[in-house]
Write a protein of this length. Structure first.
Length: 157
């Protein structure tokens, strides 16, 4: 039985953690001669950046400003990190809950593998903070490779 991936998704929030998974994603793209898809999700929490009440006004920047910034960051990210990728890199910036948008993108683009970073937080921190990566692992219909941060040490449960 052979494993082949034609399309690999690399979701990124442009953090050091997500970038730590990039070398693995790039190597897999090379090994499988696959097309790389790079996705950034603007968290839809922007909708809740306003004071409560009937006369409230938004506290955060308008959505279009957030999207413009994200598109600029994606362009810069691709120029800096993906310029040498053999095939055209498909990029997208979208708005929503990160785990849902990642899974939805993978389904709509027939992605075979998602490669993403993970914090490897303990159970208590996970209960408080949740985990985009864990939700993707649990709910995606394709394979998911998680890459721990390089400075993550083993902690006995």
């Amino acid at each position: 039985m052979s494993i082949e991936f034609e399309r690999i998704l690399f979701p990124t929030d442009f953090s050091d953690l997500s970038r730590s998974a990039l070398p693995k994603a790039l190597r897999l793209v090379e090994v499988f001669d696959a097309q790389l898809h790079c996705l950034h999700v603007v968290d839809d929490a922007y909708r809740y950046w306003s004071a409560m009440g009937p006369e409230s006004i938004p506290v955060g920047p308008p959505l279009e400003d957030l999207l413009d910034l994200a598109r600029t960051r994606m362009k810069d990210f691709c120029q800096e990190h993906l310029a040498d990728v053999k095939h055209e890199v498909l990029t997208e910036v979208t708005v929503g809950r990160a785990f849902f948008e990642i899974i939805n993108y993978a389904r709509n683009h027939d992605i075979g593998l998602i490669v993403m970073g993970t914090h490897g937080r303990g159970a208590f921190a996970h209960l408080l903070l949740g985990s985009t990566t864990e939700n993707v692992v649990r709910k995606a219909s394709c394979a998911v490779m998680t890459v721990r941060a390089p400075d993550h040490g083993f902690v006995m449960p």
